[in-house]
Design a protein around this ligand. Structure first.
Ligand code: FES
Length: 316
């Protein structure tokens, strides 16, 4: 994927932990995107280059600049810490073209948007589209204190009765089962935020018998992971053995060995980094495949999944 050079036109501190970066093209217009899309931003990570994904918060109808809002993660190895500490107005960055793994279902009779914390970001561009199209929707936003909710005032004013806020620091929480039960037939639900919120919405939808394809979610992190053990991946075409340490992913180990595999989310949520498996048992840790997808261990998502018994043979 070709990287596009951009300049940082503006940096705004939206809350003590969240900064908004306005990116303008070095020349020409930026590519088109749809509500819910993210871009990859090339960033140094522990000395190496790596692409981190950030939702576009600007309007899909605006091609002269992109905006992303980045929360500084305490455990950041380079991504959000680098953006917060080293990127200033006038800095130059490289971005990858927008990708949408959290698109709106155009056929939905109603769109129920549920955000937790910085999970509000993909909804900003979705709301722009829903308003332009005149589609029926409502937003339920969970945040820990108004001072930590970067878009709260703007969304309240813009959405009026379609906005429902829950300050979790005061004990407010949506009753997810009641909320989903109250929806019209043909509604779609979208959730983005902490793993606990996503899992709760998915569980409530399942309990109420919602069709699987009416439930959409986007994760920002892989969530708690089981301990990782080292393993060896043999590349069948060359016979090369690639060692994957306990602290690294198969994707990173393949990259370091000169076998770059395309990726997008890096948390097992999109399916981009799929590699065919010839032999071995896979410890599947992704969030996007069904049991049928995983059956037979014939493929692996290299960014997150691992070997169960110390080795895999890959069709590479
Ligand atoms: S990069 Fe998205 S699943 Fe691996």
């Amino acid at each position: 994927m070709t990287a596009q050079p951009v300049r940082v036109g503006r940096v705004e501190e939206l809350t003590p932990g969240v900064r908004r970066f306005t990116l303008v093209p070095e020349r020409g217009a930026l590519p088109a995107f749809s509500g819910g899309s993210h871009i990859g931003v090339m960033l140094p990570d522990a000395g190496a280059a790596r692409r981190n994904s950030y939702s576009l918060t600007s309007s899909p109808y605006e091609r002269s600049f992109f905006q992303i809002a980045v929360k500084r993660e305490p455990a950041s190895r380079g991504g959000s810490a680098y953006l917060h500490e080293s990127v200033r107005e006038g800095s130059r960055l490289e971005i990858a073209a927008p990708v949408n793994q959290f698109p709106l279902a155009n056929t939905g009779r109603h769109h129920l948007l549920i955000a937790g914390g910085i999970g509000i970001t993909p909804f900003l561009s979705q709301i722009e589209s829903l308003q332009r199209w005149g589609h029926s929707f409502e937003l339920h936003d969970c945040y820990r204190g108004a001072e930590n909710a970067p878009f709260l005032a703007e969304l309240r004013e813009r959405l009026g009765p379609r906005f429902h806020g829950y300050d979790t620091s005061r004990g407010a929480r949506p009753d997810l089962v009641a909320l989903l039960r109250a929806q019209v037939t043909g509604a779609h639900v979208y959730v983005c935020g902490p793993a606990g919120l996503i899992d709760a919405v998915v569980a409530a939808a399942r309990t109420l018998g919602w069709p699987r394809h009416h439930v959409h979610f986007e994760r920002f992190s892989a969530g708690p992971q089981a301990p990782t053990r080292p393993f060896v991946a043999r590349l069948a075409r060359s016979g090369q053995d690639v060692s994957v340490s306990g602290g690294s992913s198969l994707l990173d180990a393949l990259d370091a060995a000169g076998h770059a595999v395309p990726y997008s989310c890096r948390i097992g949520g999109c399916g981009t980094c799929e590699v065919a498996v010839i032999e071995g048992e896979v410890d599947h840790r992704d969030h996007c495949w069904t049991d049928e997808d995983r059956a037979g261990d014939r493929r692996i998502l290299a960014c997150i999944s691992r070997a169960k018994n110390g080795h895999l043979v890959l069709d590479l």
